[in-house]
Design a protein. Structure first.
Length: 402
């Protein structure tokens, strides 16, 4: 809103506005500060309201009884704190992002839709204490539907043109060098760019899924968004664990979004120039600020938990951002903690069903396995953060080595 207001004052009324307020880097900083301040200062009031509404966390004891003893003090701690994170991010979006950008629209739809699914799941768990909330099948179907719409937009020129309203929500302009000797940049249609699969440290795409094969990349996009959302949800089990890991992944993707939006930096790093990708970076910075503010109250011992409303939405936003920037494979690297947590659950379930109820881990997801081995909760969280930071550094380094 502020960005649009400044544009109107400058173009239509000739008001001299300092150019610094229109820079992507400035808006990234302001978005992070805005969401950080909102989450910190509204935190006490919000937590108080959750206590009044008796929105308390239940402890999982059926499959892993020891968790009941390890996490006994967490019982009845308010949950659904993700509302605070998402609200702070959306306020930052409204204030500092370009509301005409299709990236803003996609990120808004992702936040609201996955937030509603997570919120409904939390509501069912709180209302019916003996249930696990929304069934895994229904949750997966909703997530696949949302990611399918995003994939359809990216891969279908007709759909992208129908979304456009005048100058609002126009498909992004994407440019790249066709050969090392070329000085001019060639424009790449959105559907062609979305059909590519890039791997870290290589400039050229590994494969381009043309024609009917575009269905395969569409399925990959759906898997990345849905998988990222669910992996974040599984990681949310210890005080501060998910928020800290999200901050590192968001910082890495925000940096990639920022350099992709700068034609000179994109050329220097041999990556595609994606016009407007700075809006993705701004929203990810808003996520970083909101998660930092949330950590103020979620650090051990936690005063509030994120809940599915936060974890499903934030994980989905990370997945969508990676898809829009064509960093799906890189997400598996920088989000290695999320991958490990999700794989631990998949392997545990498969082993239980296929090996006559034998388990691989003492308890899944992975962070609970280390708790069972005697690691203190803060040690598990800190070490996972350290690994997450190393993976984020590796992810940024791949841009230079390609």
């Amino acid at each position: 809103m502020i960005y649009l207001l400044l544009e109107i004052l400058k173009t239509q009324y000739g008001v001299k506005i300092p150019a610094v307020f229109t820079y992507t880097s400035t808006r990234m900083i302001l978005a992070a500060i805005t969401s950080l301040i909102l989450s910190i200062f509204l935190g006490p009031y919000f937590i108080r309201k959750l206590y009044e509404l008796k929105i308390g966390q239940t402890i999982r004891t059926d499959e892993c009884p020891l968790l009941g003893d390890l996490h006994a003090k967490k019982k009845d701690t308010p949950t659904m704190g993700g509302i605070l994170i998402l609200a702070a991010m959306l306020v930052s979006m409204l204030l500092w992002m370009d509301l005409r950008s299709v990236f803003t629209l996609i990120l808004f739809v992702t936040t609201m839709s996955l937030g509603l699914i997570g919120g409904y799941d939390d509501f069912l768990k709180l209302k019916y204490k003996n249930t696990k909330g929304l069934s895994a099948r229904k949750k997966m179907l909703f997530q696949l539907a949302i990611s399918g719409v995003i994939a359809l937009y990216l891969l279908s020129p007709a759909v992208a043109e129908h979304v456009k309203i005048g100058k609002w929500f126009a498909p992004p302009v994407i440019k790249e060098q066709r050969a090392a000797a070329d000085t001019a940049l060639a424009t790449v249609p959105l559907h062609e760019f979305a059909s590519r699969l890039y791997i870290p440290m290589f400039k050229e795409p590994l494969v381009v899924f043309g024609g009917a094969m575009a269905v395969l990349i569409g399925l990959l996009i759906m898997c990345v968004i849905t998988g990222s959302s669910n992996a974040a949800n599984l990681t949310d089990g210890l005080d501060g664990l998910l928020a800290g890991c999200l901050i590192m992944v968001a910082c890495c993707l925000a940096f990639i979004g920022f350099v992709s939006n700068n034609i000179d930096l994109a050329g220097y790093l041999n990556i595609a120039y994606i016009e407007g990708s700075g809006e993705i970076a701004i929203y990810l910075c808003a996520m970083v600020g909101a998660c930092l503010g949330f950590l103020w109250y979620n650090a051990h011992p936690a005063q509030v938990f994120m809940g599915d409303i936060g974890s499903l939405a934030l994980g989905g936003i990370i997945g969508v951002s990676a898809v829009l920037l064509k960093r799906e494979i890189l997400l598996a690297v920088i989000g290695g903690i999320f991958v490990a947590e999700a794989m631990s659950v998949i392997l545990q379930v498969a082993s239980y069903k296929l090996r006559d109820k034998k388990r691989i881990f003492l308890c899944a997801p992975l962070h609970h396995h280390y708790e069972y081995k005697g690691w203190h909760e803060t040690k598990v969280v800190t070490r996972f953060w350290i690994i997450g930071l190393l993976l984020a550094i590796v992810g940024i380094a791949t841009l230079k080595f390609q």
